[in-house]
Design a protein around this ligand. Structure first.
Ligand SMILES: Nc1nc2c(c(=O)[nH]1)N[C@H]1C(S)=C(S)[C@@H](COP(=O)(O)OP(=O)(O)OC[C@H]3O[C@@H](n4cnc5c(=O)[nH]c(N)nc54)[C@H](O)[C@@H]3O)O[C@H]1N2
Ligand SMILES: Nc1nc2c(c(=O)[nH]1)N[C@H]1C(S)=C(S)[C@@H](COP(=O)(O)OP(=O)(O)OC[C@H]3O[C@@H](n4cnc5c(=O)[nH]c(N)nc54)[C@H](O)[C@@H]3O)O[C@H]1N2
Ligand code: SF4
Ligand SMILES: [Mo]
Length: 726
């Protein structure tokens, strides 16, 4: 029996690919991209193309496990040195039944609640799956109903979102298909080739028609290597560059005065501010020459349509919110939102407007506590585990995340996870850095093994991801795991008995007009349904701006802000924001260098700026443990340095070096190969256990939060480097 099942990739990636899984006799035998998907068009990234290796990996967690050895990284314990992960796991954990696991968890939870109250329990989850149900539904209901602490999920994108929304009011942006019609494309802190590869064919098409691709990134990414013009920028200085561009655009009258008058507020204030950012001054901060700044401003404003793909790179910086705000102003100033192939894309996720309140039911907290529960920021897990009182965290329930690898200030996180009195449960597909500290490990399904509803943050298509096969071993999805836990905790609310299909129906039952007419039944029949965009202005605009019609865009192109329609309090694009003013932030926009930077105040003794970057072929910490995927990322374990910085420290290509700051140190291999500008070093996120010292690059990153959105500052880190002498 052979059948092909449509699913959607749920990994934390803008593309949300349509996927076809071939099942023969109950076993998955092939994965391929769905050629019918209008954006992802039949190909998969290299890591997911190897997904059968992930699903059928011998290292999968297949059964509930209980710890029988002390907590700590496996390589600190007396395990067989060359055994596979699974074999090692059996020396640290013993297999137990789901009944035993659920009994033990609920017994511990009950006693913690009795002694400390429910807020002593902290859920910890992030991007393991972005499926609407398994990403956040039954789990939230469970923790809300118990009155557990709330997790502020800010490790990735919240600074950028706040910055974007301070101008636009909503997370919408240019459709990827429209990039084919752009003539000037700026990838701004966006590693398209690594992190968002399905945008690339549209850019390639635009370039065949003569478009220019400009990349602004401190690191010479794969994308930068393909660019027509690569502008290395000093980390954390994007607001200065954007202000310098606006200075030029206003000065030379290259802005769209009609658009600005009709659809924006605060132009005079912005103009006064931008005046202070001459190209010369901006060149000093950014490391980009004044001439290049002038040229970029003129080209961006006049070679039309021009579009900016900005990704989350620029907002992982101390003032990342302001950086994003500044960049978002650019298309509002030149009026490029009016054009097919104009505008800007950061994330489009808000277009989906699924009924998340129905899925997550925050009101259950009131039932439990009579008030909203305490909030703990996920970026500050280390401090929370070690220092939080009133009440202290006594239980940690991790799912959809691998905090012992991805969380900043790794040494503090590990110190907290080592606490003998902390009861830690990890629901996982693999034995990860985090399961090294788990008391109980529960086996989780992959997207092959459960059904879900899949939105996207890089395009406007909604998909049902069908279950392709039975769960392996005793794996359970997040939904089923929390359903079982709720039952065992004696929570009798009806919501814990809802079926997966009923929850998908609820998610789609939303006042959002873009979901009108989109039902589960329709999605089950048509695997890629585009959101409804009502009275789109796109077709007319398209006829004006392109010769050959628009083969890529199914339906009218969506131009969210062609006629204003901003979702801000004023209804306009806000160059001046009362909301920011009330928050004590600059209501216009300004630049100041990150504290941890060469120009910052706290860099003394640590003159190098570290970019603790993502691997091109893994997904944050996911996939790093699979040999066939790992071999695609030979740069992992390297510290990339500029020749000047290397020479000043007596370091040559290939030497072992020690990178350190007050938070920690790590030994890596120096690569002096022209990927970073002077003063900047770069390394990639990896599992802690694969590093010789047992700590990954996050030993150097900090818990410091961004100016907006309380997000992580992975790219505002200063370090020193020296030759390693063993
Ligand atoms: N292959 C792969 N794909 C992924 C991921 C992955 O780990 N691997 N992660 C997924 C996730 S969780 C996310 S959030 C997205 C993120 O996608 P992106 O936002 O593209 O992610 P980053 O790689 O963090 O940042 C993009 C680029 O910004 C650059 N950068 C760093 N600091 C600055 C700065 O101050 N200014 C400017 N201009 N650029 C800067 C970095 O060098 C990097 O090349 O990708 C998703 N896709
Ligand atoms: N130094 C540095 N650190 C970073 C970043 C960086 O660029 N540099 N990027 C940051 C960013 S942008 C992000 S988004 C975070 C990401 O941090 P995380 O969200 O923790 O992402 P992953 O590393 O992909 O880990 C997800 C885990 O969830 C598991 N999982 C997958 N599907 C399921 C499921 O259905 N159920 C359960 N229970 N588990 C599942 C996977 O096996 C995997 O171990 O990392 C952040 N950390
Ligand atoms: S990780 Fe991204 S590019 Fe790769 S298959 Fe999933 S959605 Fe597509
Ligand atoms: Mo992310």
């Amino acid at each position: 029996m052979k059948r092909v099942v449509h699913a959607a990739c749920p990994h934390d990636c803008p593309d949300a690919c349509g996927v076809l899984i071939t099942i023969e006799d109950g076993r998955a035998t092939r994965i391929q991209g769905d050629p019918q998907h209008p954006v992802t068009r039949g190909f998969l990234c290299a890591k997911v193309a190897k997904y059968l290796d992930r699903v059928y990996s011998p290292e999968r967690v297949l059964y509930p496990m209980r710890r029988v050895a002390p907590k700590g990284p496996w390589n600190a314990q007396s395990c067989a040195p060359h055994a596979g992960e699974g074999a090692r796991a059996t020396q640290v954990f013993e297999r137990i039944s789901w009944d035993e696991a659920l009994d033990e968890i609920t017994r511990r939870f009950r006693s913690i609640i009795a002694e400390y109250g429910p807020e002593a329990i902290l859920p910890y989850s992030y991007g393991g799956t972005l499926g609407a149900l398994n990403g956040g539904s039954m789990d939230r209901r469970f923790f809300h109903r118990m009155g557990a602490s709330q997790l502020e999920r800010t490790i990735c994108s919240s600074a950028g979102e706040e910055g974007l929304k301070s101008v636009l009011g909503i997370k919408l942006g240019t459709e990827p298909e429209q990039f084919a019609h752009s003539r000037y494309i700026i990838a701004w802190g966006a590693n398209i080739h690594g992190n968002n590869v399905h945008l690339w064919p549209f850019i390639a098409e635009a370039r065949r028609k003569g478009a220019k691709l400009v990349v602004i990134d401190p690191y010479r990414t794969r994308t930068a290597k393909c660019a027509d013009w690569y502008l290395p920028i000093n980390p954390g200085t994007d607001a200065a560059l954007a202000l310098g561009l606006m200075h030029m655009i206003i000065d030379e009258n290259l802005f769209d005065a009609d658009y600005v008058t009709r659809y924006t507020v605060g132009f005079e204030e912005l103009k006064a501010r931008a005046e202070q950012y001459s190209p010369e001054k901006v060149a000093h901060w950014t490391g980009i020459s004044a001439d290049d700044i002038r040229k970029l401003a003129r080209e961006y404003a006049t070679v039309r349509p021009s579009v900016i793909r900005v990704n989350y790179g620029i907002q992982r910086s101390e003032r990342g919110g302001m950086s994003m705000r500044a960049v978002t102003m650019l298309p509002c100033l030149i009026g490029s939102w009016k054009e097919v192939g104009g505008g800007l894309q950061l994330s489009v996720s808000e277009a989906f407007g699924l009924n998340s309140a129905a899925l997550k039911m925050p009101e259950l907290m009131l039932k439990a506590l009579g008030r909203p529960a305490r909030i703990v920021n996920m970026v500050q897990l280390g401090s929370a585990l070690n220092t939080l009182t009133g009440p202290p965290i006594q239980a940690l329930f991790v799912y959809n995340s691998n905090p012992a690898a991805v969380c900043p200030n790794h040494n503090e996180v590990v110190r907290g996870l080592m606490r003998p009195d902390l009861f830690t449960v990890v629901h996982e597909q693999f034995f990860t850095d985090t399961t090294d500290y788990a008391d109980i490990v529960l086996p989780a399904t992959t997207f092959f093994e459960h059904k879900d509803l899949q939105a996207a943050y890089g395009h406007y298509y909604l998909q049902v991801s069908n279950q392709a096969m039975d769960p392996l071993g005793e794996c359970r999805s997040n939904v089923e795991t929390f359903r079982a836990l709720a039952e065992r905790m004696g929570l009798e609310d009806e919501c814990f008995r809802e079926s997966v299909d009923a929850m998908i129906d609820q998610a789609l039952d939303s006042p959002n007009p873009r979901l009108k007419g989109i039902t589960r039944e329709r999605l089950e029949g048509d695997p890629h349904v585009r959101l409804n965009f009502g009275q789109s202005l796109g077709r007319a605009a398209l006829d004006e701006t392109t010769e050959g019609g628009c083969s890529q865009v199914a339906g009218d192109p969506f131009l969210p802000f062609a006629e204003g329609n901003f979702a801000t309090p004023s209804g306009k694009a806000e160059f001046y924001s009362e909301t920011l003013k009330r928050q004590g932030l600059d209501p216009v926009v300004a630049f100041a260098p990150p504290g941890e930077s060469r120009h910052g105040s706290k860099a003394a003794g640590f003159p190098l700026e570290l970019l603790a970057r993502k691997p091109d072929n893994h997904l944050n910490s996911s996939f790093a443990n699979l040999p066939t995927v790992r071999e695609m990322e030979p740069g992992i374990g390297n510290l990339e340095m500029h020749p000047d910085d290397a020479a000043a420290r007596g370091v040559r290509d290939g030497d072992r070096v020690r990178a350190f700051n007050p938070r920690g140190e790590i030994v890596l291999q120096a690569r002096v190969d022209g990927t970073v500008p002077p003063g900047v070093v770069a390394a990639r996120l990896d599992w802690a256990r694969f590093s010789p010292g047992g700590g990954n690059i996050n030993v150097l990153t900090s818990e410091k939060l961004t100016d907006m959105g309380n997000a992580a500052t992975f790219y505002s880190v200063s370090v020193e480097v020296e030759l390693f002498r063993a």
